[in-house]
Design a protein around this ligand. Structure first.
Ligand code: HEM
Ligand SMILES: *[C@@H]1O[C@H](CO)[C@@H](O)[C@H](O)[C@H]1NC(C)=O
Ligand SMILES: *[C@@H]1O[C@H](CO)[C@@H](O)[C@H](O)[C@H]1NC(C)=O
Length: 505
């Protein structure tokens, strides 16, 4: 959910600064609970704020600190204060939660006390009626509709479409150097479009959506203002054109009298399904459009950045790659060397590949944390979280905590041979707002890995050890990779044979 984490970079920077400033202060002044709120403790334990520093950061050190690993700062704060600590970010008092129990408290057990919170400018750009901005009845109703289009039956039917998108992505990469992230963005966009429009969208419309959407994206992280010519202004204009295109498509569907069973169809028929939703009015075209744009947004960069990390992790672990290749070679045999399409059942027979995906989700933790806002004064383990404060469950910290994942910086899919402890593995969040697209995202990963390792070889161009934020973490420059078709097939044992006849694309 790019919109949600658009501030990732800034916040990591601010955190880093906050923690550094605090550290320097403590060293200099030997003070205890520093800064803002520190002196206002009441004797009752239930009115105690969490520990931490509210020190206001200054930007002078931003770049310097950012050039270091921000996670080190997160971790040191956690070490100093424990699983829950307060800070002050971008003008908001904030409580960070770095334990599985605390994340569960906010996202599941007491979810009704914590509402989603996003900058207004982002809300306007995605669409204020998109489900992730809401809670309560409206959210639940939309969530059911979205889940319907992403459920098991829908996904089964999508396998051939995902496979076609993967084949076409790889074919257009063949023999060239490309940014992996850019290639994967196109893939996740194409899959998103099929999920939303059921593969019935003509090429002209698709191109219109793609172009306008990319303008929205470019302005998404720019400074919000209404001056003509700025990225933000252009993005808002493109946003309106997207809405126009979507309205046209909806009108045509209504005229034909066939809304369809894809996501757009599910949203359009929102009132006529009976059951729990009986009596609820149809969603307006505007509400439908906000949710379509929102889902596209939530689906694209998240999936693309994890796919990019998978390409890197496989590349960096040659032994593992050979084992994955052997597993996938068996699947390729089952599809008659690629002559027959992959099925849902095939994707359920990729145990090692699945563990690679889980470990990639953990290692990369592309959604490092999320935000909520307390709607009332809330008490957690004797600490008070005041109404109006932001709370941030820190997924990445949990995923990189050696108490839950031994040797956390090592890429080791075998750790997932045993299920992780409850609430310690949250790449898709938890509770009422947990990701409804997680199975689709994993399906894309399985199918991509299948075709990548059975049909291609690749090498990374340049160094890939630095991370950049897009705003999700991805390897530097989106991981430039040269990829070429492997014209030899691989048998079960991972031995290559020169059986050229087996190569069907
Ligand atoms: C690897 C890829 C993905 C990751 C890591 C991811 C992660 C997440 C996370 C952590 C949340 C919860 C955020 C929160 O609680 O504040 C979320 C929500 C959401 N995701 Fe994903 N996601 C991915 C792919 C997708 C895809 C492919 C789709 C759609 C097809 C999607 C649609 C959504 C939607 C609609 C929500 C909001 C749900 C709600 O508020 O009820 N995501 N995602
Ligand atoms: C955006 O959408 C409009 C339709 O509203 C279309 O005419 C235009 O070509 C699209 N592309 C761009 C780049 O604006
Ligand atoms: C694979 O194809 C390339 C050209 O595409 C060719 O140079 C090479 O000899 C082929 N290798 C085998 C083993 O067939």
């Amino acid at each position: 959910m790019a919109f949600l984490f658009a501030l990732v970079v800034c916040i990591l920077v601010f955190l880093a600064v906050v923690s550094y400033v605090h550290y320097a202060r403590r060293r200099n002044a030997g003070e205890g609970q520093g800064g803002y709120g520190g002196g206002h403790e009441k004797p009752s334990p239930s009115s105690k704020l969490p520990p931490g520093s509210m020190g206001w950061p200054y930007l002078g050190e931003t770049l310097q600190l950012y050039s270091q690993n921000p996670n080190v700062f997160f971790a040191s704060k956690q070490k100093r204060y424990g699983e829950i600590f307060k800070t002050h970010l971008l003008g908001c008092p904030c409580v960070m939660l770095a334990s599985p129990e605390a994340a569960r408290f906010v996202l599941v057990k007491q979810a009704h006390l914590f509402k989603p919170t996003y900058p207004r400018s982002k809300e306007r750009m995605i669409g204020p009626s998109a489900l992730f901005f809401h809670q309560g009845e409206y959210h639940l109703r939309l969530r059911k509709l979205v889940q319907g289009a992403l459920g098991p039956d829908a996904l089964r039917a999508l396998v051939p479409e995902v496979e076609a998108a993967v084949r076409s992505t790889l074919a257009s990469w063949d023999g060239r150097v490309m940014s992996t992230f850019q290639a994967m963005k196109k893939l996740s966009f194409d899959v998103g479009i099929v999920m939303i429009f059921g593969g019935r969208l003509d090429e002209r419309r698709k191109a219109e959506l793609r172009k306008n959407y990319s303008i929205v994206e470019k302005g998404y992280n720019s400074f919000p203002n209404s001056l003509p010519g700025t990225l933000y202004h252009k993005a808002m204009q493109a946003r309106r054109r997207l809405q126009g295109v979507l309205s046209d498509i909806m009108r045509e569907r209504r005229e034909r009298g066939e809304p369809g069973s894809d996501l757009l169809g599910c949203l359009m028929q929102s009132a006529s399904r009976g059951g729990d939703d009986d009596g609820a009015p149809l969603l307006s075209d505007e509400q439908v459009a906000d949710n379509i744009i929102g889902v596209l947004f939530a689906a694209q960069d998240t999936t693309a950045s994890v796919l990019t990390w998978i390409v890197k992790y496989l590349h960096d672990n040659p032994k593992l790659l050979e084992a994955v290749r052997a597993e996938q070679a068996a699947v390729r045999e089952a599809t008659d060397g690629g002559r027959r399409p992959l099925t849902w059942a095939h994707t359920r027979s990729m145990a090692l590949t699945h563990r690679v995906i889980l470990e990639s989700l953990r290692m990369a933790s592309v959604i490092s944390f999320t935000f909520r806002e307390a709607v009332a004064d809330v008490e957690y383990k004797g600490f008070r979280i005041p109404k109006g404060w932001k709370v941030m469950p820190l997924f990445r910290n949990i995923h990189h905590n050696p108490d839950y994942f031994q040797d956390p910086h090592k890429f080791d899919p075998s750790r997932f041979q045993v299920a992780p402890r409850p609430n310690t593995f949250l790449p898709f969040g938890n509770g009422v707002h947990a990701c409804p697209g997680n199975e689709l995202a994993k399906l894309e990963m399985l199918v991509l890995i299948h075709h990548l390792v059975t049909g291609y070889r690749w090498e990374i161009v340049g160094s890939s050890d630095e991370v950049e934020y897009s705003p999700f973490p991805v390897p530097k420059d989106g991981l430039p990779v040269r990829l070429w078709r492997e014209n030899r097939t691989v048998d079960r044992k991972g031995c290559e044979s020169d059986n050229v006849e087996d190569i069907i694309v």
